[in-house]
Design a protein around this ligand. Structure first.
Ligand SMILES: Cc1cc2nc3c(=O)[nH]c(=O)nc-3n(C[C@H](O)[C@H](O)[C@H](O)COP(=O)(O)O)c2cc1C
Length: 221
């Protein structure tokens, strides 16, 4: 499955089969996490038994309590942490989709119950529920391209392709509160319009834009 296919097939899944993730898949996820942690200076952790991570009423109502496993998104706490978590975490989400797993980013979870290791200089930002979905989720309602871009004049094809993939990205409460600006020198800026976990959203958006446009953007600063 290509990354574009993974983007098109991925939807948040909140109901999971009561089946543990098979060992070969766990090994693949662990390998990918190792790679992403090195690249992104993060401490993402796969936790096989989600335990009571999703025992909050909101999670139970959404169904997330059925997720067998969870990824704790942890990293050294600096001003880029949330964006890096979004950018590298979404690469993991898309990889999970490619190997037949389903996911849901979850900002609502029980911080006291999740068995994550958080070192002194680190922060646990968010979680990703993971497992075999009982369903595949469904496409979200989306803003139009015009609502999320700031471009003067003609739009190059690569830019349109990037934004097209961005519109399929998960965002907290489906808020899509960002703006993608194309400058005269063809550089691209991602502007945070605020909201719940909007910096994580922005990292996710950057990940989808790179895949869609086929361009590598400067590192997150
Ligand atoms: C940063 C972030 C936080 C999220 N937090 C939650 C959450 O706490 N509970 C939940 O059920 N879904 C959560 N979601 C999933 C969004 O509701 C979902 O991505 C959005 O509605 C779009 O749907 P889609 O992912 O199926 O495309 C979160 C998504 C993101 C990106």
């Amino acid at each position: 499955m290509s990354k574009i296919d993974a983007i098109k097939k991925r939807h948040s899944v909140r109901n999971y089969k009561q089946e543990k993730i098979h060992k070969d898949r766990v090994d693949l996820i662990q390998e990918k996490i190792l790679e992403l942690n090195l690249d992104g200076n993060l401490n993402l952790q796969f936790i096989e038994d989600a335990g009571n991570t999703y025992n909050k009423l909101l999670n139970k109502m959404a169904g997330l309590g059925s997720a067998p496993s969870v990824i704790a998104c942890v990293g050294p706490d600096d001003k880029t942490l949330e964006q890096r978590v979004g950018y590298y975490g979404e690469q993991l989400v898309l990889y999970a989709q490619e190997i037949g797993l389903n996911t849901c980013w979850a900002g609502t979870f029980n911080k006291k119950m999740i068995p994550a290791k958080v070192n002194a200089d680190e922060r646990l930002v968010i979680t990703i529920a993971i497992g075999y979905g009982s369903d595949q989720g469904k496409p979200h309602k989306s803003k139009s391209m015009e609502q999320v871009i700031d471009v003067k004049g003609e739009r190059p094809l690569w830019f349109n392709k990037g934004v097209e993939m961005v519109l399929l990205a998960p965002t907290a409460i489906n808020q899509q509160k960002f703006l993608i600006r194309l400058n005269d020198d063809e550089s691209v800026e991602f502007i945070d319009k605020g909201g719940f976990f909007s910096q994580v959203d922005l990292g996710i958006v950057r990940c989808h834009f790179e895949i869609g446009s086929g361009r590598t953007l400067p590192a997150i600063r």
